[in-house]
Each structure stands twice: as C-alpha cells, then as structure tokens.
Write a protein that binds this ligand. Structure first.
Ligand SMILES: Cc1cc2nc3c(=O)[nH]c(=O)nc-3n(C[C@H](O)[C@H](O)[C@H](O)COP(=O)(O)O)c2cc1C
Length: 358
C-alpha cells in the first residue's frame, strides 16, 4: 500500500456531469477508433467502466450518411451512461452532426479536439483546432446551441511545447457551456512520445474558476498509478484507453484498490475465456458472422496472454471461420488450463503513432 493514500470511506461524493450522476472517482473508458465499439464496450462495462464513449465519428461522415459513421452511432441501454464522440472543423457541420446524434439519445455528446493524425488535424479538426482557440470556442458554442444533450470535450494540453494553452482553453470551454473536460496530458506534437504530463491537468483542476469535472487521461496502466494520480492531481476521475485493450479487468482492479488499498487477484483462466466468449458473441451479433469473426482475431492474443504453450491455440483461433469452431477451441483452453494461475504482468502501453491516437 502506498503511504499517504486515501482509500475507501474517504471517497464518498458523487461526480455530476450536468444531470448524469457518476460514482466518486469515476473510471471512464476512452474513445478509441477501431477499438471502443459495442462488443468491446460490453466487457469494459461488465468490469466496472462508469462512463464510456463511442469511437470518434466524423461530422462530415454523419451528414453524408456514410455507413461507417452511422454504424458508430449504435448504442445500447445497458451501456448507459454513454457518450457519442464527434469531430469536425466546421461550425455548421458540427452543429448538424450534433442534431443527428441527438436523435440517437446518448447521455452526452463529446467533441474531439485532440486527434493528432494528419488526415484529421491537418484539415483543422481534432487537435488541429488547438492552433486556433477562437475557432475551438466557436465550434463548441455551435454544438452546445444545437443540442439538448450535455456537451463535453476531450483534448490535449496544446498544439506543441510552446503552446500549452489548456488552462485558458478550459476556462473558455466552460464559459460556452461544456459540462466536463477530459485532458490527455500530451501535446499534439508529442503524439504518443514521452510520458503524459499531468501537472497541467492538475492546474486546470485546481483553478478555482473551474467548476466542471476534470478527467485526467494518459498512461494509466495500474491501480497504484490511478490512485497516486488522483491524489496528486485531484482530478475528478480518470479516463483509461490502451490499458483496457485486452485487459478490461483494469477497471475492477482500480475500483478494488481504491476501496481497499489491496491488489485484486488477476482474472482466472475461466474468466479470461468467458470474457473472450462474451466479446466474440457480441462481435458477431453486431458485426455479422464474417466481419465479427475476422475482427475478433486480434483480441485472442491479449485475452490468453500468459498461458504457457498458448501459441498453438492462438494460431488455430485466428484461422477459424465460425463461432462454433472458435467456441470449441475456447472450451479446450478452458479444460486444459483449468486451475492454472496467470501472474499479472505489468501492462505494456503500445505506441499508436500511425493509428488515430488522440
Ligand atoms: C487505437 C486508439 C484509437 C484512439 N481513438 C480515439 C478516438 O477516436 N477519439 C479520441 O478522443 N481519442 C482516441 N484515442 C486516444 C485515447 O482516447 C486516449 O486519449 C489515449 O490513448 C491516451 O490514453 P491512454 O494512455 O490511457 O491510452 C485513441 C487511442 C488509441 C490507442
């Protein structure tokens, strides 16, 4: 147990995003393109994520009625509270997208002002907006006025080392009516390099003018770090991205650690296989039998990590074509590794430079 850390009964207050009530020190599943889809969200929700977001959705795509963008609007009641995240660099398009999102009735609407990849930031959307704060404020204002939903923002510290303007940005965003702010402790130029710097996140949180919840994001990979950063920076909650990929148990582990100061036992082989099955079934339900099976292939290695000799099973799993076949191999894994205890290795956070990393 870490000295001086507060556990259990000290955490009593709730966190409110407008009318949404979250438990104290809520754990948020970060929006992640190609990752935080409904099948993935279900296993994160099962394991304690308090608030989740969709993958980001292009406002232009929504307006064009692009199938990919539309599909990302799928949300389910068991996921609530859930936020839909949109991005764009044009006021009218963002406002129109907000009205489309409204109809699907999420609990909140999040605007992405952080995506650093060229195809987004280069067109003035995502983190591109960090170079033009007046524009960011106008875009946000347009969205707030277009929707009845609570609007939240997710962004980075600034464009580059010389322009870390998050303190000013937070005040101005609050002034135009956002209801919560999630901050990834890196600049756009950093992409994923170096360590996330939470000190500015702490400054925003401790600014007496700031009344909305501030969620810290970046590099949380263990219960100890989550609690340490909560205590050091005073954030209202923590948003977790990469650590949850293949390890949705991170949420329940953090909750357990917050409540007791103890590390929870890692998931058993049975649990790992059952969660993998649930993910698989949801994947097929939502994506259909072909895409569902194909897209599950990248998840097996994560779920089964740490089992000796698992490579053969994994190699088979990634070639199978039906759910029944996959379930058959999962049955074998469950039977052959019954009782085997997988040690909890430190989570390795991947550097997603080329993907859509925010
Ligand atoms: C594969 C991947 C896709 C991402 N897609 C989005 C996205 O669609 N919207 C967004 O706001 N952030 C996106 N991000 C950024 C994450 O939400 C988060 O800010 C970032 O990963 C830092 O948190 P972490 O260190 O806990 O992973 C993405 C990150 C990754 C790794």
């Amino acid at each position: 147990m870490t000295g001086g850390v507060l556990f259990g009964p000290h955490f009593t207050a709730m966190v409110k995003i407008d009318t949404i009530t979250l438990p104290d020190f809520p754990l948020l599943l970060a929006p992640m393109e190609d990752v935080s889809d409904p099948p993935f969200r279900v296993v994160c929700k099962d394991n304690g994520a308090d608030l989740m977001y969709t993958e980001f959705i292009s406002s232009e795509g929504l307006i064009r009625d692009a199938i990919k963008s539309r599909k990302k609007l799928d949300i389910f009641d068991y996921e609530r509270p859930i936020g839909i995240q949109i991005f764009g660099g044009d006021e009218d398009s963002l406002a129109m997208a907000a009205r489309i999102v409204d109809v699907t009735n999420p609990d909140l609407l999040d605007i992405n002002f952080g995506c650093p990849v060229k195809k987004v930031a280069g067109k003035g959307a995502g983190a591109g907006v960090l170079k033009d704060i007046d524009l960011m404020i106008r875009l946000t204002d347009a969205v707030v006025k277009a929707t009845r939903l609570p609007v939240t923002v997710k962004t980075r510290l600034g464009w580059d080392e010389q322009s870390k303007n998050i303190e000013e940005v937070a005040e101005r965003l609050q002034d135009v009516g956002i209801k919560a702010l999630a901050i990834h402790g890196r600049t756009r130029s950093q992409m994923y390099k170096g360590e996330a710097d939470w000190s500015l996140i702490g400054k925003v949180k401790n600014n007496p003018r700031i009344k909305i919840p501030i969620f810290g994001n970046g590099d949380i990979d263990s219960p100890q770090k989550a609690v340490e950063y909560k205590n050091r920076y005073g954030v209202d909650g923590i948003m977790i991205g990469r650590a949850a990929i293949g390890y949705p148990w991170i949420f329940r582990e953090i909750k357990h650690f917050v409540a007791t100061g103890e590390m929870m036992a890692p998931p058993t082989v049975d649990e790992r296989v059952e969660v993998c099955r649930r993910h698989l079934r949801k994947s097929l339900e939502w994506k259909g039998p072909i895409v569902g099976i194909n897209e599950m292939r990248r998840h097996y290695a994560n779920y089964l990590k740490g089992l000796p000799g698992i490579k053969d099973y994994r190699n088979r799993l990634v070639t199978l074509k039906t759910m029944e076949e996959v379930e058959g191999v999962l049955d074998e894994v469950q039977k052959n590794y019954a009782g085997y205890v997988i040690e909890r290795d430190p989570i390795v956070l991947e550097n997603y430079h080329e993907h859509c990393p925010l």
